[in-house]
Design a protein around this ligand. Structure first.
Ligand code: FA5
Ligand code: MG
Length: 484
């Protein structure tokens, strides 16, 4: 039996280590191209204008122009775009929910973190993980940034929010600094029980209306675990939490069944007879942790030989509903990655493709008619290049002491962003391939492998060499590393 142990992980299910905030201004070199839209005065704070809204920047600003320019794209709303088709397919399973699809991506730190009760030292707040405009303003890192406001607006008992979200993150075929999430929530009012004696009875009646399925779902853990996945016992009874958890899980299993049924049909229509279209769908619930839900879970799907996390969810912290002025309501919320689901649905192999304007990609999708499997166009050769360097000896990760306020701490996400900044979508993957600490000096050396590949054409050697040389120089200039 699989028993997953809940450890208090980062929201984004990655490292726990808190990386000290970098107060350098290396971003400014990258923002050169948005100067036309920025105030040029050295003394007055710079201003960034995004779709007519003006923001003063300060030393927290770390958002490159390339990221700001993604805001206008709104891929989840482009007709016939695979993300938009995926959104609509999921929306079709929540017909009584209200949909919010045009919420603006620049939000306050309060909306993105504080209102969701993120601890002050949570790594998600760090400038290495989050794009800041200024100390109080960020590009939302998740659609949950709108949770408190949407509960406060109280326009419907259920809602869906689809939107672009932004994270400084790894570079590979399933990670992109801009991606799309869909948030869903459902709540019940203690004062509106209708003919039901208790809220739990009312919720179970709603569970009975969710379409049933026959897939095997692994769910080995109890709904509530006193240490790993606690009940909010001040506010909810065990019966209420059990009923809401069942409603949440059945609703999301229904989404997964819908997606995989469509994906299978598309694969079969394309003549695919491999095991992945024959094997029964396997789905499992895993205990999780989010600052704004308890108990919490993630849903994983077995796909092409591995478990893939597609969403996080849980019972909404009652304090969030209470602070939003709807203390008589209680309910659940989830957040899913639209790209992850669209990649499964259409068999799209690389997350960069969603940003392609190549008609060979875009013309393959249509919002009307059955889901069609994506037919990849010929794959162009990749070109690997390594770069090795000593990280700055003042950096804590280098084993040294932070000597002065401007010392820069090395963080891998900075390498990732520099690679994107230099090579854009021509970089497919950036991976740490070697690291060691010099036994005598204690200095740390890292080696990263950059995989350059265009989705649209074959890169020339000269072009790749130029890109790589530029990348090496930027590492020195912006991160203060010493090339080996
Ligand atoms: C969150 O963002 C929570 N806000 C989800 C949530 C909402 C929990 C409401 C509880 C209640 P997480 O960081 O795990 O959680 O992201 C949610 C989903 O987004 C993931 O399961 C994954 O499908 C997708 N996702 C996360 N990071 C990336 C990425 N870099 N690229 C593509 N998809 C991603
Ligand atoms: Mg997660």
């Amino acid at each position: 039996m699989h028993v997953s142990v809940r450890v208090p992980r980062a929201l984004y299910c990655r490292r726990l280590a808190v990386t000290p905030i970098i107060k350098t201004q290396w971003w400014q070199t990258h923002c050169a191209s948005c100067q036309a839209r920025s105030s040029s005065s050295e003394t007055s704070p710079k201003v960034v204008t995004v779709e007519g809204r003006q923001y003063k920047t300060d030393e927290w600003m770390n958002t490159p122009a390339s990221i700001l320019s993604a805001i206008a794209k709104r891929l989840h709303l482009q007709p016939d775009h695979p993300l938009s088709i995926t959104r609509q397919l999921i929306e079709s399973r929540f017909l009584d929910h209200k949909y919010y699809n045009r919420l603006f991506p620049i939000v306050s730190v309060n909306q993105n973190f504080d209102a969701l009760e993120f601890p002050h030292d949570h790594p998600g707040r760090s400038r290495t993980d989050t794009y800041y405009i200024n100390k109080e303003t960020v590009l939302r890192t998740h659609t949950s940034a709108h949770q408190a406001d949407t509960f406060r607006a109280n326009e419907s008992s259920g809602y869906l929010i689809s939107a672009d979200v932004y994270r400084r993150d790894a570079v590979d075929r399933s990670h992109y600094p801009v991606f799309h999430q869909m948030e869903g929530a459902k709540s019940w009012d203690r004062n509106c029980l209708g003919s039901y004696g208790t809220l739990a009875e009312r919720v179970w009646a709603d569970v009975a209306n969710i379409p049933s399925h026959t897939i095997k779902v692994e769910d080995p853990n109890p709904t509530i675990h006193p240490e790993r996945n606690p009940l909010q016992s001040t506010y909810h009874s065990v019966e209420e939490a059990e009923a809401m958890a069942a409603h949440l899980k059945r609703s999301l299993e229904d989404v997964v069944v819908t997606i995989f049924t469509a994906a299978r049909a598309a694969a079969v229509a394309a003549g695919d007879t491999t095991a992945s279209t024959q094997e029964p769908l396997r789905v499992r619930w895993v205990e999780a942790y989010f600052p704004f839900t308890s108990p919490s879970w993630e849903l994983e799907v077995f796909w092409q030989g591995d478990w893939l996390e597609i969403l996080g969810c849980g019972i909404v912290r009652q304090s969030i509903l209470n602070n939003a002025g709807v203390s008589s309501r209680l309910g659940w919320a989830f957040g899913l990655g639209l790209e992850r689901i669209a990649m499964l649905l259409f068999s799209i192999p690389d997350i960069r493709l969603f940003w392609s304007s190549d008609p060979r990609f875009l013309s393959q999708f249509s919002a009307t008619g059955p889901i069609q499997r994506f037919v990849p166009f010929s794959r162009h050769p990749a070109c690997f290049k390594d770069v090795s360097f000593w990280i700055s000896s003042t950096s804590r990760s280098a084993g040294g002491q932070v000597a002065h306020a401007s010392a820069r701490d090395f963080h891998e996400n900075d390498v990732m962003e520099l690679a994107r900044d230099v090579a854009g979508d021509l970089v497919e993957d950036v991976r740490l391939v070697d690291e060691f600490v010099h036994p005598k000096t204690g200095r740390k050396s890292l080696c990263y492998r950059i995989n350059y590949r265009s989705l649209e054409r074959t890169l020339t050697n000269e072009e790749t060499n130029d890109l790589h040389e530029k990348f090496r120089q930027q590492l020195v200039k912006n991160l203060g590393v010493e090339l080996r």
